[in-house]
Design a protein around this ligand. Structure first.
Ligand SMILES: Nc1ncnc2c1ncn2[C@@H]1O[C@H](COP(=O)(O)OP(=O)(O)OP(=O)(O)O)[C@@H](O)[C@H]1O
Ligand SMILES: Nc1ncnc2c1ncn2[C@@H]1O[C@H](COP(=O)(O)OP(=O)(O)OP(=O)(O)O)[C@@H](O)[C@H]1O
Ligand SMILES: [Mg+2]
Ligand SMILES: [Mg+2]
Lengths: 256, 256
């Protein structure tokens, strides 16, 4: 059975998409068959793998509104063992239709079950809201990976987000667990970043990844070339950090 | 009459709240009576002025659901001539209720008209989505200020956002104009940032602010102390840049 990990936070710009794109590439390079689903109407994860908004490919829209199986809408990425379901919700009306169907919490969960054991990992990139698409992802996920920027607003966003996770655990998906908190764009010289990290390790012992993602220009530049950082500059600190993260998750080191 | 400026972008983490907080402070210091309304359920702008989520103050929730006038829910900030309407949408049910009432596009616009000429500037901090709260803000605004991080995903987000602005202009608010594109967290040494800036100046001549906001630690640290950057470290490049921006808008230099 696949492990389904939602990558979510309602705080914007904390590195959800950068994590989804580079972690999926790292799992595939570690020869773990992986599926990446882009649930963010901005479509950044799709764009990071070279898909443009005028691309008429089917994707998340058909998954939710027509229950088309994942195998019919996914396509092979540039890296072997990695498939992608792009986000093709390009208008408000399409989003309204998705919202209506995603209210049926089980649509995404059922579509992923139908893939059987085809994938070791399924990653869900979420939009920066607590809206229906994020709730649908949390309903279908085994665990949630929460990127954290070591800054004040990101720390403040926690309480609301953890409340949502508890609501999901009680009502919709009792087995969802926290995969971990991942520090992104981390600058160890900032007092604030160290403070946020210490607070988090105290509040959620054993739930903060050992791997920390540094601020690194390769991670910001690679999407412009439609490839993950590992294919743009394999020796960069950013690409290496996501490989480390993939190994940390595969070995299940941090928690359990 | 007040000038109502929505600060919006569906791309997360580009500096919408940092701009709303520091520009509102800069207008007030320039002795222009200003109102800041926090329309983002994350409540970062409220937090940046020292309001916490357990604060039982009335705010945006009462404005939308009970049509309470702005004068009854706003409070005086630490800076003279600056009033704030906090965001007090702390749960999904509250947000659903707001969405139902914000479908009535004119609620916010009417509430702002009732303030008469009390303010020279009204700033609306928007969430990172194209949802009802953002649409309600664009329906009520005279213009929209769009923060841009000089990075690839931010550039990609434009097309969808400009489509939304055109839809608003045709159907809901024909007079809304672009106040300008503001470069935030700008690092002139990055090739990517320069490329994004040149592309934008070509695509939207006369709509890119001369003022550029540099990446500056004071802007990230000040919210932790519940004050805008100008009160935390007046000499910082970040605080000065927002003062320059306020003067650029007051003088109407860039466009017209
Ligand atoms: N470790 C890093 N080093 C440098 N830049 C980074 C890093 N991680 C992310 N970025 C850049 O920061 C910006 C925000 O990251 P990203 O878009 O991945 O965040 P997000 O949480 O997915 O945003 P949204 O809330 O809009 O979905 C992007 O321009 C990205 O390229
Ligand atoms: N010029 C700057 N220099 C340094 N840090 C900045 C700057 N502008 C914003 N930041 C920091 O970057 C992060 C994102 O900024 P901010 O929260 O204002 O963006 P936003 O667009 O309002 O995000 P959201 O999409 O979640 O509403 C915050 O932690 C903020 O403190
Ligand atoms: Mg994203
Ligand atoms: Mg914000």
């Amino acid at each position: 059975m696949s492990k389904v990990i939602a990558i979510a936070s309602q705080k914007g710009g904390v590195g959800k998409t950068t994590t989804a794109v580079n972690l999926s590439a790292s799992f595939a390079l570690a020869e773990k068959p992986t599926l990446l689903i882009d649930l963010d109407p901005q479509g950044c994860a799709s764009v990071a793998y070279g898909i443009t908004t005028d691309d008429s490919r089917r994707g998340v829209y058909e998954l939710f509104t027509q229950r088309v199986p994942v195998s019919d809408i996914s396509f092979k990425a540039t890296i072997p063992m990695l498939d992608i379901v792009p986000c093709n919700i390009w208008s408000n009306t399409a989003e309204e239709q998705i919202i209506q169907s995603s209210k049926n919490r089980t649509v995404l969960a059922r579509a992923l079950e139908e893939t059987g054991g085809a994938y070791d990992f399924v990653l869900l990139d979420c939009p920066p809201t607590l809206s229906h698409l994020t709730v649908a992802a949390l309903a279908a996920a085994d665990s949630v990976l929460i990127p954290v920027q070591g800054e004040f607003y990101s720390l403040k966003a926690f309480d609301a987000f953890m409340k949502l996770i508890r609501t999901i655990q009680i009502g919709i998906n009792p087995s969802i667990d926290i995969e971990g908190f991942l520090f992104t764009m981390y600058n160890p010289r900032l007092r604030l970043s160290q403070r946020v990290r210490t607070e988090l390790e105290e509040k959620f012992p054993n739930r903060v990844f050992k791997t920390v993602i540094p601020r690194n220009i390769t991670l910001a530049e690679a999407p412009a070339y439609g490839v993950p950082a590992i294919l743009y500059n394999a020796n960069s600190k950013g690409a290496q950090a996501y490989l480390d993260l993939a190994h940390e998750i595969i070995k299940g080191e941090r928690t359990r």
